[in-house]
Design a protein around this ligand. Structure first.
Ligand SMILES: [Fe+2]
Length: 247
C-alpha cells in the first residue's frame, strides 16, 4: 500500500498548485474574498454526509479494512451541519426563493461540484475489494487535508478580526480530519503494511487518480465561481458573457 500512499502524496502536492489553492493562499486578498467560492461548494458539502452514511459505510462487516473506512464515515457524516453554521457566520445565508436555491444547487455552474459524490459512489460501488475501497477513502481524506489546511489559515484571520469560530472551515475541522478517530490508533502502520498484488495496485492507482480528478474539477469550478459571481449576490446566475450570447 506504500506506493499507493506515495501517489496520494504526489497528488496532494499537485492539488496545492491549482489556481483556487493559490488564490486562497494569497494573503494580499482580503480573507472573505478568498472564501468567496463557498456557495459553490454547497452541493458537495451537503451530499458528503449521505455519501458517508449510505455508500462508503458498509455494515455489518468483519473486515478490518472496512471497519477502518466505517470509522471515518462516522467522523464525516455530520460535518454538513458545521458547513451550514459557517455559511451563516460568514454572511452567505441570503434569503432567496426556495426554487432559486434549488436552481443554484442544480445549475450548470455547480455541476462538477455536484458530481463529486456521484463519481466517488460509482467508483466505490464497482470496486468491492476493501483494499481498493480504502484507497478511495484515503484519497478523499487527502483532498480534505489540502483544502482544509488553506481554509483554516483564512478562518484564523477571520476569527481574529470577527471574534467568531468556524467549525467547518476552521482549524478544528482540519484537526479532526488529520487526527485519529477512536479505534484507529496505529492505523497508518497497518494500512502501509498491506500487501497488494500488481493488479490491485494498478487498480488502486487508477482509483486515486479518479478521485483526485473529480476534486480537481470541483476546485476549478469553484475558481470559476469566484470569477463569475459576486460576494454580494452569491446565488444569482451571472450574466451571459458576450461570446456565449452568439448563436
Ligand atoms: Fe469533514
Amino acid at each position: 500500500m506504500n506506493e499507493v500512499l506515495a501517489l496520494i502524496e504526489v497528488k496532494k502536492q499537485e492539488l496545492e498548485q491549482l489556481p483556487l489553492l493559490k488564490y486562497m493562499g494569497n494573503e494580499s486578498i482580503e480573507p472573505l474574498k478568498r472564501l468567496a467560492w463557498i456557495p459553490c461548494l454547497a452541493p458537495f458539502a451537503m451530499s458528503f454526509g449521505d455519501l458517508n452514511k449510505f455508500v462508503l459505510r458498509q455494515e455489518p462487516t468483519n473486515n478490518k479494512i472496512q471497519q477502518i473506512i466505517n470509522i471515518h464515515t462516522y467522523e464525516d457524516d455530520h460535518h454538513w451541519q458545521w458547513f451550514l453554521e459557517d455559511i451563516k457566520k460568514l454572511g452567505f445565508d441570503h434569503s432567496i426563493p426556495f426554487s432559486n436555491s434549488l436552481k443554484f444547487m442544480w445549475s450548470h455552474e455547480t455541476h462538477k461540484t455536484r458530481l463529486v459524490c456521484h463519481k466517488i459512489g460509482l467508483l466505490y460501488t464497482f470496486n468491492t475489494d476493501p483494499i481498493l475501497r480504502l484507497a478511495i477513502s484515503e484519497a478523499i481524506e487527502a483532498t480534505g487535508h489540502v483544502i482544509l489546511y488553506r481554509t483554516a489559515q483564512i478562518a484564523k484571520e477571520l476569527t481574529e478580526s470577527r471574534k467568531q469560530k468556524y467549525r467547518y472551515f476552521g482549524q478544528s475541522h482540519f484537526d479532526v480530519e488529520t487526527g485519529h478517530p477512536m479505534g484507529t490508533e496505529n492505523v497508518e502502520e497497518f494500512i502501509a503494511s498491506l500487501e497488494l498484488s500488481k493488479e490491485t495496485k494498478n487498480k488502486a492507482f487508477e482509483l486515486v487518480e479518479a478521485v483526485f480528478g473529480a476534486f480537481t474539477e470541483m476546485f476549478h469550478e469553484c475558481m470559476e465561481y469566484i470569477i463569475n459571481y459576486s460576494l454580494e449576490q452569491p446565488y444569482t446566475k451571472p450574466a451571459k458573457k458576450k461570446h456565449e450570447l452568439v448563436m
